[in-house]
Design a protein around this ligand. Structure first.
Ligand code: GRF
Length: 212
C-alpha cells in the first residue's frame, strides 16, 4: 500500500485559532504574524468559553472573534459541524488549537486533516492528557518540554512537527516547570506555523519532514 503524502501550501495563510483559556500561545502566534515572521492572517479566534481571557485579548487586538456555547448543540458532532462551517466560510487553511479544552470529533478532524495543529506541554508520546507538567515531575523524568503536532482522531497522537526539551529541576513545582516549558511553547508554535506556510512541511504516514 502506498503511503499518503501531504505537503503544506506555500501561501499567505488564513489561520483560525481555537482556545478556551488565557491565550498566551495565541498571542505568541499573533505577535509573529504582526512582526511579519509568519506569512499569514488570523481570520478568526473561536472559543467554547465566552469569558476566555484569550478571546478578550483577540478582541483588543482587533481580530474577529466568536464564542459558541456547546450547551446549545445536541451532540458534540453538531457542535464541531458548526465550527467546520464557520471555518470553511472564511476559507481557513490552518486551525491552531491553543489551549482548546475540548476533544475534537472526527467531523472536525476529517474536514481539516493535516491542517489542525496543537501544542502540548510535554514530550509526546510521554504524558498525554492533562496536568502533564505535574505528571512529569512525579515520574522523575530529567527532561520534559513541549510538542507541536498535527491533530489526529486519537488524542495527542498525531504526527509531530516540532519539539523542544527543557530540564526538570529537583526543586521544580508545577508552576516553575510550566513556566519554563511555556517559553519554548511560544517559540516552537509560531515556528511551526511559519514552516507550514512556507510550504516546507511534508507529512508521510506519521512522520513529518521539514525542508531545509
Ligand atoms: C499550554 O500549556 C498548552 O501547551 C496547553 O494548554 C496551555 C494553553 O496555554 N495545550 P495558553 O492558553 O496558550 O496560555
Amino acid at each position: 500500500m502506498s503511503e499518503e503524502i501531504y505537503r503544506s501550501p506555500r501561501k499567505t495563510g488564513r489561520v483560525a485559532v481555537l482556545l478556551s483559556g488565557r491565550g498566551s500561545n495565541f498571542r505568541a502566534i499573533h505577535d509573529a504574524v504582526r512582526e511579519g515572521r509568519i506569512d499569514a492572517e488570523i481570520v478568526l479566534v473561536l472559543s467554547n468559553k465566552e469569558d476566555a481571557p484569550g478571546l478578550q485579548a483577540a478582541r483588543e487586538r482587533g481580530l474577529e472573534t466568536l464564542s459558541l456555547n456547546p450547551k446549545l448543540f445536541a451532540t458534540r458532532e453538531d457542535y464541531d459541524a458548526e465550527i467546520v462551517s464557520r471555518l470553511e466560510i472564511r476559507n481557513v487553511d490552518l486551525v491552531c488549537l491553543a489551549g482548546y479544552m475540548r476533544i475534537l470529533t472526527p467531523v472536525l478532524c476529517r474536514a481539516f486533516k493535516n491542517r489542525i495543529m496543537n501544542i502540548h506541554p510535554a514530550l509526546l508520546p510521554s504524558f498525554p492528557g492533562l496536568h502533564v507538567q505535574q505528571k512529569a515531575i512525579d515520574w522523575g523524568v530529567r527532561f520534559s518540554g513541549c510538542t507541536v503536532h498535527f491533530v489526529a482522531e486519537e488524542v495527542d497522537m498525531g504526527p509531530i512537527i516540532l519539539q523542544a526539551a527543557v530540564p526538570v529541576l529537583q526543586d521544580d513545582t508545577e508552576e516553575t516547570l510550566s513556566a519554563r516549558i511555556l517559553v519554548e511553547e511560544h517559540r516552537i508554535y509560531p515556528e511551526s506555523v511559519r514552516l507550514f506556510f512556507e510550504g516546507r512541511i511534508e507529512v508521510r504516514g506519521r512522520r513529518v519532514f521539514i525542508d531545509g
